[in-house]
Design a binder for this molecule. Sequence first.
Ligand code: GLY
Ligand code: MN
Length: 466
Amino acid sequence: MEYSPNTDFLALALRQRRQKLANLINFPVLLWSGGKISRNYPANTFPFRASSHFLYFAGLPLENAVIYLKDGKLELFIDNAHPSKTLWQGETPKREEIANRIGADAAFPLSDLESRVRNAATIAVQDYSTLLQQSQLLDRPLPIAKSPNGIDLELTKAIISLRLTHDRAALAELRQATAVTVEAHKAGMAATSKAKNEAGIRAAMESKIITENMTFAYPSIVTTRGEILHNEHYHHPLQKGDLLLADVGAETAMGWAGDVTRTWPISGKFSPTQRAIYDVVLAAHDACIAKMLPGVEYVDIHLLAAQVIAEGLVDLGILQGQPDDLVEMDAHALFFVHGIGHLIGLDVHDMEDFGDLAGYQEGRVRSNRFGLNYLRLNRTLQPGMLVSIEPGFYQVSGILNSQKNRLKYQNVVNWDKLEQFADVRGIRIEDDVLITETGTEVLTANLPTHAEEIEQLVNGCGIEIK
Ligand code: GLY
Ligand code: MN
């Protein structure tokens, strides 16, 4: 069935993306949205999340849908729900309605795919049963998305070049995701004095996100064990002297992500040692954002954070030596154990299903250096990129107590001094930074970073409960 063009904001934006893709490649493309994955019986499923590459060109989180893109045109393949499904799912939109919404040029049932499509480039999806369908229809094996070949590799590069910088429609979504993420963090701080355990704070934060009909861009990290970078346990009771690290991000219904971390004292007041380290991490955060500009290398922003952290730790007597030399020998990485951040977009680590093809500019590869190996993004900054800036300080027993590190860094760490900072397990401060033509716009700037302001929010001051 053929359609006349839909001219609303979403349909127009999607059409522009498809036209831009057509300008970059000269072969057709098939993208699958993927399907639900079952838990113990078919109708009990994990929450569905459409493939981000599908979402980028089709806009809606459709299940079991396929789009065929050629010369800027889109054909949608999707089945209408069987009438028996209405008992369980109610009425669902019909193919024609969906096609109109996303500005499709034509729409067909899935059974027409085989006769209408011969050869096309594609991106391997994550769910196995859809991956099998892709491979069967295209009649070729499909390696996972980070190792594409031939036209699939050309398509991957074209998609990366489009998704690296955000258009107006994407930014409208990202602004919503980041705004709700900010509110979730304020709610978490406000809930701290009454919460019994980490789960209580998580509930307050996620409730804010759910109330806005959004979901989570990744599993929430809400923990007093901030040194466990992706801790997903929430049972620890809250002790007065602990810090709480919350890394929580909202995802809009269309799939766009926010990603924010704050660290706050359970008691509402940082101890002197916690405050000293917090200010070092904040100095790194602020220095990085102040230096970001189109044309700047992201790896230099990472190294700047390393330098500021090394300087701060020397001032506190934890590290000994010249900060430049300490960074050169990766001594900062004993504490700042990961990279300064990553791309943000339809995924929280945007396009990392492509491995380093998206994060690393062509010709660049990950360093083997302890202090650089976890850097997920090594590109020149361009207007329209959204990246996280998330310096941190962690006391990870496996790193600090490894014999190799104890030996290598025996003269540059004052281990006795470090013991005085035992109440600092992990601190991270993370914001989402948009690169503009002239500098940056911090999309999450409405969430304070300064220690006193954080204390005020935890103590219930300055909060507007919405
Ligand atoms: N927010 C999770 C991460 O950036 O790894
Ligand atoms: Mn992040």
